[in-house]
Design a protein around this ligand. Sequence first.
Ligand SMILES: Cc1cc2nc3c(=O)[nH]c(=O)nc-3n(C[C@H](O)[C@H](O)[C@H](O)COP(=O)(O)O)c2cc1C
Length: 197
Amino acid sequence: MSANPRIADYAINEQFINRWSPRAFTAEPISEATLLSFLEAARWAPSAYNSQPWRFLYARRDTAHWERYLDLLVPFNRSWAQQASALVLIISKTTFAAPGTHEEKPALWHTFDTGSAWGHLALQASISGWHTHGMAGFDQALARETLKIPEGYELHAMVAIGKLGDKASLDEALQAREVPSPRRPLSELAAEGDFSL
Ligand SMILES: Cc1cc2nc3c(=O)[nH]c(=O)nc-3n(C[C@H](O)[C@H](O)[C@H](O)COP(=O)(O)O)c2cc1C
């Protein structure tokens, strides 16, 4: 691991290492058009059969939905995400009809595809000067009930979106974690030919 945790081993566009997930946000409002531009980037992700299984539910701060969404988070995540500008719940449709058919079948790749869409969202937000922070820490059953999500959709993650705030707003333990994180070397993750990782 290099001293600077965000030096790429191979040449890549800097957008990939500029994106990171802070917890200090400025609590400023976000326009719906700005938020939708991040979801627009997600919309253009690739998916099996171009089935586009991803769905996004969102709340912006200073709207009637904001507290309802905050209430879905575990207390730790709520403690910092309440300073974000928007919360997005990412879900996906678990079945699809193959092109030329009307029969719904299990969409075996809906999670893979939706992860790709989340990646687009996060990168577009970062390119636009915003930050995202994915969260598994929320009450899935409560979210399904509160937001009236029907059967046939799987819940994945909440995403806090905001402008980078002053880390002094966080407690000391969180301040220490308010830095871009490193990655495993590519040699531990990729092998030519047979599995050797
Ligand atoms: C699906 C998912 C769930 C996550 N859940 C949480 C969470 O509940 N709380 C939290 O503080 N961070 C959470 N994270 C943030 C990760 O810890 C973070 O993305 C990871 O450490 C890599 O750091 P980076 O995003 O700054 O590159 C989550 C990230 C993802 C993608």
